[in-house]
Design a protein around this ligand. Structure first.
Ligand SMILES: NC(=O)C1=CN([C@@H]2O[C@H](COP(=O)(O)OP(=O)(O)OC[C@H]3O[C@@H](n4cnc5c(N)ncnc54)[C@H](O)[C@@H]3O)[C@@H](O)[C@H]2O)C=CC1
Ligand SMILES: O=P(O)(O)OC[C@H]1O[C@](O)(CO)[C@@H](O)[C@@H]1O
Length: 383
């Protein structure tokens, strides 16, 4: 079995590549990072360091790599022959990798009929569906029909905290012990792809919402509030009792939405929140606030980790969730000069005020009850 995986970064090497190799796939990483591609080619293996209460080292073996910019033809051939294509590149990169995936499919349709599954492992709702639309845009009508018959695009929710790496060995990747990979079976063609440790589910909706509106919501709160207090890691921020209480409050609010919407047991969800907070505080990891806070415009989106649960809370309970509103206000104050989205966000706020930014990026009209509370929090943070 062969898997072609786009993005040999933190989650690519630290989670997806490692699970696929353990499941028996020959993993071909595709990346634009020359050093990582060269080292993966030279060594064919790398180390995963699982940092929990005890430190454990695992070797991922039998891997290779290609550079998508300089070895395009080889990437196309690898996709033509693959059983699985996965990605962990970031939502904004999906349009950039779609043309080469489409070219791989074109070649594949000529040489064989075996099914292919494509799974985008990005922090977003409908990530694989988004990739599918980008890929289809590069195919003819006849090829789109062939894709319908033999390519299964599977949405998924992927959860493992893999911070930026500081190991001396550029290939070694330190990860937390926890992981969850829920893959939706709806569009499977033939048998589900054999992936050890993945959970195949008929309806991904509740799984992706649980993950995005708990792990990512809480992490975003810790990062944006931590940035305000000039902490540099999530672990430092979570030791601040005030920030910890705000994270707790926001997760109780998003939790109330999830429990109400999906009919879950409230105690079980509370336990999931507690586990999540424990993961943020893992003393064996050091997770940069700037990494977790990255791309604030994406994170302010109407379907993303802060605004989506906050809007649903307002609708369900006819009141404004103060913790989530505080998280949104802190996001609006994220002005890290090296994050291009933070720079663009601050320019929008300067020109159109926070109401303008909330309308443009979060789809919130000025009269939405959330807006006034976010403004109050935003102003309070200035003092
Ligand atoms: N790090 C984490 O804890 C988790 C990350 N994710 C998601 O995984 C995705 C990747 O995140 P990270 O691994 O943290 O980021 P990362 O920055 O460590 O890795 C992204 C990789 O994609 C590569 N890349 C960029 N453009 C490319 C292109 N055109 N073709 C091929 N490769 C390209 C980069 O060189 C880099 O190696 C994001 O969507 C993130 O939300 C999801 C769950 C956990
Ligand atoms: O990867 P994103 O969407 O930029 O957000 C960072 C978040 O994603 C993760 O990398 C994984 O869920 C978390 O560590 C963090 O909450």
């Amino acid at each position: 079995m062969r898997a072609v995986h786009f993005g040999a970064g933190n989650i690519g090497r630290g989670f997806i590549g490692s699970l696929l190799a353990a499941s028996g796939y020959d993993v071909v990483f595709v990346d634009v990072n020359e050093q990582i591609v060269r080292l993966l080619k030279e060594r064919g293996e790398y180390r995963v360091i699982v940092a929990g209460e005890h430190r454990e080292e695992q070797w991922v073996r039998g891997v290779s790599a290609l550079n998508s910019q300089t070895e395009r033809e080889q990437v196309v051939a690898a996709i033509a022959d693959a059983d699985l294509v996965t990605t962990a590149v970031g939502p904004h990169i999906l349009p950039a990798i779609a043309p080469v995936i489409a070219a791989g499919l074109e070649q594949r349709f000529v040489v064989q009929e075996k099914p292919l599954h494509v799974i985008a492992c990005e922090n977003m709702i409908g990530g694989t569906e988004a990739l599918k639309q980008h890929v289809l845009a590069h195919l003819s009508a006849a090829e789109q029909q062939l894709a319908d018959q033999s390519v299964g695009f599977l949405n998924c929710a992927v959860d493992r905290i893999v911070p930026n790496q500081t190991n001396d060995d550029p290939l070694a990747v330190t990860v937390e012990p926890f992981f969850e990979w829920a893959i939706e079976t709806r569009n499977v063609i033939g048998a589900v792809p054999p992936i050890q440790g993945a959970q195949f589910v008929a309806d991904l909706g509740p799984y992706i919402e649980r993950k995005l509106f708990t792990v990512n919501t809480g992490h975003a709160l810790a990062a944006y509030l931590g940035y305000q207090k000039q902490y540099s890691t999530v672990q430092e921020a979570m030791k601040d009792a005030g920030i910890r209480a705000d994270v707790e409050q926001a997760l109780s609010e998003s939790g109330a939405v999830l429990v109400n919407k999906h009919g879950w047991d409230a105690k079980e969800h509370r336990a999931y929140i507690d586990t999540t907070i424990g993961r943020f505080m893992n003393p064996a990891l050091s997770d940069d606030i700037i990494r977790v806070a990255r791309s604030p415009i994406r994170k302010l989106g109407p379907n993303d980790r802060l605004v989506a649960p906050a809007v649903q809370y307002c609708t369900l309970f006819s009141s404004v969730p103060a913790g989530l509103a505080k998280g949104i206000a802190a996001l609006l104050r994220f002005d890290h000069p090296e994050d291009s989205e933070a720079v663009a966000l601050q320019q929008t706020i300067e020109q159109h005020g926070i109401e303008g930014a909330l309308r443009q990026y979060a789809g919130l009209e000025r009269d939405h009850p959330l807006v006034a509370v976010v403004r109050e929090e935003y102003e309070r943070m200035e003092k």
